[in-house]
Design a protein. Structure first.
Ligand code: XIL
Length: 344
């Protein structure tokens, strides 16, 4: 009885707030900033043709829904340095320029990752050559975008899904020391960009997260200029950890004095979608937002693009999709309301 009345009262208060100074007519970024986050952002792939899609671009760059933009591909090694020592930053430059014009800050993604590498990297078999190309790449790219970016994902996905270090070409040839060195090299050039270690499935506070916690603690203890840990947030509808688990997972890093952020959020489902799945997805987005807000040094949330029309999910998980807050027709889904509910 009491619990019911309290619940009703709570819902009423939430509704009044949402209709008053809270949710109404405010964009996701405005709500996020009001709650103390630095931004609510979106990734976008300006190389994919999506930027010829006017309704899409209107939401991305004109609606003020997003205060931060991350290139989904344009700054990756395999796209900027297809031949050793030959750099092409056209895509990244376009995104930075458009983002800034739209009043958005920009995150850099990603300097060293085992995926989407240029072909020549995969053929390297000796440590000296790999070291030389890796650090030449890091230095050139950080220098190029110096002053333009609030953050860099310095290393991406360096942990194995079941715990331990991922056995990438970098780890196998250079040993884990290249990670500390990468942070030092980036920081020596750009003192202002927040330097991130970015990975997925850290949200579950399980074995992979335990590896991350002890590895990152080691970097911090050695004075490595790592400033933050990015939680990608590629999650599944109905399988999102609780707010408590997420807060635990995030806090392990903020307790070390680091920032955290959700950097690539999407919450996918088995297709076809149903109203029930979309409703669950709204709750799941709300959970992620609530967790970030509950951790003082969680600085922002980025969705990995905002419209299902341009989501990477169906390409990689063929039976899954509908992972983002806007549908393929640029209409807001219940997930959008879930984010707003989390932010109000
Ligand atoms: C994805 C892009 O969205 C796709 O367009 C591309 O084909 C593959 O990469 N984790 C990351 C991102 O860190 O860079 C990935 O982006 C998604 C998973």
């Amino acid at each position: 009885m009491w619990t019911t009345s309290i619940l009703v009262l709570h819902c009423f208060a939430t509704l009044v707030l949402a209709g008053g100074s809270g949710g109404k007519n405010r964009t996701l970024n405005q709500l996020a900033v009001q709650q103390g986050l630095h931004y609510f952002g979106s990734a976008s792939d300006n190389l994919s043709g999506s930027w010829d899609d006017e309704p899409y671009v209107d939401i991305l760059l004109k609606s003020h829904e997003f205060g931060q933009i991350t290139p989904a591909n344009a700054m990756k090694w395999g796209l900027v340095e297809t031949q050793r020592g030959v750099y092409n930053y056209t895509g990244g430059d376009q995104l930075v320029k458009a983002g800034k014009k739209a009043g958005m800050v920009v995150r850099g993604h990603a300097l060293v990752w085992h995926s989407q590498l240029p072909d020549y990297v995969g053929t390297i078999t000796d440590a000296a050559t790999l070291h030389s190309v890796t650090f030449a790449h890091i230095k050139d790219e950080v220098k190029h975008f110096k002053g333009e970016l609030i953050a860099w994902d310095v290393v991406n996905e360096v942990f194995e899904d079941t715990g331990g270090m991922r056995e990438t070409i970098f780890y196998n040839l250079l040993g884990e020391g290249y990670i500390a060195e990468a942070f030092r090299a980036a920081h020596a050039i750009d003192k202002h960009a927040k330097l991130y270690l970015n990975d997925y499935n850290l949200e579950f506070a399980d074995a992979k997260w335990e590896t991350a916690v002890s590895f990152v603690q080691g970097l911090v203890d050695s004075g490595v200029p790592i400033h933050a840990v990015g939680f990608q947030g590629h999650l599944l509808v109905g399988q999102v950890p609780t707010v408590e688990t997420l807060v635990k997972a995030l806090s392990a890093f903020t307790d070390m004095g680091l920032e955290v952020a959700f950097t690539e959020v999407d919450i996918r489902m088995e297709m076809p979608f149903t109203d029930d799945k979309l409703a669950q997805q709204a709750k799941d987005y709300q959970t992620v937002v609530e967790a970030c807000l509950a951790v003082p040094k969680c600085v922002g949330i980025t969705v990995w693009d905002f419209s299902d029309k341009y989501s990477w999910i169906p390409g990689v998980f063929p039976t899954q999709g509908a992972a983002l807050p806007w549908d393929e027709n640029m209409q807001k889904k219940p997930a959008y309301g879930g984010i707003v509910a989390g932010l109000t």
